[in-house]
Write a protein that binds this ligand. Structure first.
Ligand SMILES: Cc1cc2nc3c(=O)[nH]c(=O)nc-3n(C[C@H](O)[C@H](O)[C@H](O)COP(=O)(O)O)c2cc1C
Ligand SMILES: [Fe+2]
Ligand SMILES: [Fe+2]
Length: 406
């Protein structure tokens, strides 16, 4: 039997445990389930609910809530994040506590009705340094967009020094003992969650950390997984380390060439491009056969590369699967500031380079060069074209101004 848990004086955990979930948001594996964390704060002037749970788990959420207060005592519902794993029980909560006012970020305003399909919800918007003072407690709000959705925010309970961080510092890790000093080793889940949810938004993570740095955080209460009441700062520092670019190449820029090839035609093109890039002192060029790269390594290479070159033959009017796998990895990365270009050998129709070029452009990488195509086996003059393509791309990565083609 799950019960509400006391975290601090007047502050309780009223979240739900999802034992059976094995895939979260399509992209994540959840080996031992997850938790949908929600919190309840009692003040002298009424109750504040912080987030709800996934709809299927609302019974246990309401049971825990009812063990602590009456619905007519609820004055505010703070929604740090509207994704259905946290907003699922909101429509029912609003029915039961119609007097309560919902507090959301301004970005959440257009989403609130779309995600609850409920008319006439009473809400107010809050942002960085706005405060809710109720009875003997102060809740200070912090805008932390994109972590995980554009509307996501955090808040800080001044009197207890507790940070409600939203999805930030979350883990898909279910352990009914809840507190980080009592549960099993969830380090892998903490990193895995970061890699899948936060990694594409490293700059936003650093902005959020700059806000958190102004606070004296003793406990972190995230929306998933353990509550971090021991060594909270260690978790903050891990996020900082993972989100900070390492200056390991001493000012040089990495350009990575990924190719696939059946008869070495595209490979020859890749090598000519590589030779050109090797002449540039400010660039470290690397060349990889994409069929032989593990996804985790692909991700790390893509992340550290300022320039990405993709070499693809055309097979059955398309680029082969390893190339699309490479491109789909980009979903998990921050793409701002990266340049990309495409090349490849073809037999007769040669669609693949343009398809890949369009995809890279749609992903918002800079793609100023038209794809370079060679029919079948590249001859000497065509290898020279490849070399020049490499020189031009190197100049782009080095910041030389180029005309942008659409
Ligand atoms: C199974 C297969 C399907 C192909 N389909 C196409 C195609 O649809 N359009 C095209 O332009 N070339 C097609 N080609 C030709 C290749 O793109 C061409 O041989 C190219 O030079 C291969 O480069 P690579 O040695 O780098 O793999 C096909 C080749 C194979 C083996
Ligand atoms: Fe989320
Ligand atoms: Fe979540």
């Amino acid at each position: 039997m799950q019960q509400a848990l006391r975290i601090e004086k007047d502050l309780y955990y009223i979240g739900a445990f999802d034992e059976d979930i094995r895939t979260f948001d399509i992209i994540m594996k959840t080996a031992n389930g997850t938790t949908y964390n929600a919190y309840l704060l009692k003040t002298k002037e009424g109750v504040i609910i912080l987030d709800t749970v996934k709809e299927e788990f609302q019974d246990i959420f309401f049971e825990k809530l009812e063990s602590l207060c009456r619905y007519d005592q609820i004055k505010y519902i703070v929604m740090h994040h509207l994704e259905p794993d946290h907003g699922g029980a909101l429509p029912e909560l609003v029915k039961r506590a119609p007097e309560a006012k919902i507090l959301i970020s301004p970005m959440a305003q257009p989403m609130l009705k779309a995600i609850t399909n409920t008319e006439g919800m009473e809400f107010e918007t809050v942002w960085t340094n706005k405060e809710l003072i109720l009875g003997d407690y102060t809740l200070r709000f912090l805008s932390t967009p994109n972590l995980h959705w554009p509307e996501t925010m955090s808040s800080y309970l001044v009197e207890h020094k507790v940070l409600f961080s939203g999805d930030v510092f979350g883990s898909h890790y279910l352990d009914a003992r809840v507190f980080n000093d009592l549960v099993g080793d969830f380090d892998y889940a903490f990193k895995y969650y970061y890699d899948h949810i936060m990694r594409p938004f490293k700059d936003d993570v650093l902005k959020a950390l700059a806000l958190y740095d102004q606070l004296q955080i003793q406990k972190i209460a995230p929306l998933h997984g353990p509550i971090l009441r021991k060594d909270a700062s260690a978790y903050i520092e891990r996020y900082r380390r993972w989100s900070t670019k390492e200056p390991k190449h001493l000012g040089k820029r990495i350009v990575s060439i990924f190719y696939v090839t059946s008869y070495k035609n595209t490979k020859k093109m890749a090598e000519a491009i590589y030779d050109a890039l090797e002449t540039k002192e400010e660039i470290i060029a690397n060349i990889y056969d994409a069929t032989a790269l593990e996804e985790a390594n692909m991700l790390n290479i893509l992340e550290e590369s300022s320039g990405i070159l993709v070499g693809t033959p055309t097979i059955n009017g398309d680029a082969p699967k390893p190339i699309w796998d490479l491109l789909s990895c980009m979903m998990l990365l921050q793409k701002r500031g990266k340049s990309a270009a495409v090349f490849g050998s073809y037999g007769w129709s040669g669609e693949a380079p343009m398809m890949v070029h369009s995809r890279l452009r749609d992903l918002k990488l800079r793609t100023p060069l038209e794809p370079l195509k060679v029919q079948l086996i590249p001859e000497k003059s065509e290898l020279l074209d490849c070399y020049n393509f490499g020189i031009e791309f190197g100049d782009i990565v080095n910041g030389k101004m180029v005309e942008i083609t659409l």
